[in-house]
Design a protein around this ligand. Sequence first.
Ligand code: NAP
Length: 293
Amino acid sequence: MKPTLLITGGAGYLGQHLVAQATGWHVHATYLHTPPPVFSGTFHHCDLTNYTHLAHLLARVRPDVIIHTACSNQTPANIEAIVPAARHLASLASQQAIRLIHLSTDMVFDGTNPPYSEDSPRTPLTPYGYAKARAEEIIQELCPQAVLVRSSLIYGISPLDHQTRWLVGHLDRGEPVTLFTDEIRCPIWVDNLVSALLELATLPYTGILHITGPQALSRWEFALGMLALVNRQSSRSLFVASTIAQAGLTRPRNLTLTVHKAQALLRTPLLSFTEVVQHLQPTEASRLHSRPF
Ligand SMILES: NC(=O)c1ccc[n+]([C@@H]2O[C@H](COP(=O)([O-])OP(=O)(O)OC[C@H]3O[C@@H](n4cnc5c(N)ncnc54)[C@H](OP(=O)(O)O)[C@@H]3O)[C@@H](O)[C@H]2O)c1
């Protein structure tokens, strides 16, 4: 019999890819406002900030593993839910000996002292970074056997990821887009992250694990690469190069994470952006881009 996997945020970007690809599992998923896409698996409406709802759901589903993707930085309400959702999940997972894999972010660091390892102290700068850092602390305290996966920009073309959709939306409207040449991230292809998470779900590993692409890119370089991938090079004239300081913002500059631990632990290879681009030829990429979200 297949083990049972509960994916929180199953209608979100990462969540929907996990639901679709977790074929080795009996899949259940949660959603809040976004209606679930028509995929395999059973969806449950659940507000993770409501302890009682979550407790009832876990009693019904009885998962072996929870992959907690819900509560991102897409809206203020999402950010507000990060800490209570983490507290409730950690508490219940610990009581019921459920393996908990929590999605965290490179934004728990301030970007001044890269590269960051799993042992680097948390130094968040933004409200999202603070909330994710606090959630990590709470989970470590309440459920020390949990896994905290720190990732970076998650990208994909079928459907387009959040950042690229935002970018393409601006370009479609003929609006210029400012991109930082000094903000460094390690983007990861959504399918690659999904494979790594599903493998991790079967392993006994506990603690913090960095799972990002192994290639550091500036926001400028990454956007140009995504533009080429979706055949929109002609819109390049709308891109405006800037630095974080020129834009008058306070943001983490270099969020390069070390991924040696994940590379040693997982059979799933972590793919660089260059490798993914070679895999996704532009013609195929453009065809997939036209699919609805
Ligand atoms: N995307 C990235 O580039 C990136 C980078 C690093 C780390 N991460 C982390 O990876 C995870 C997945 O990111 P994502 O971009 O796939 O997120 P996403 O698309 O924004 O999905 C997040 C989901 O969380 C759900 N949610 C929000 N508040 C909730 C609540 N109180 N109860 C139940 N569900 C709630 C939302 O449901 P509704 O839509 O129904 O409201 C949404 O579907 C997040 O934890 C994020 O912090 C993402």
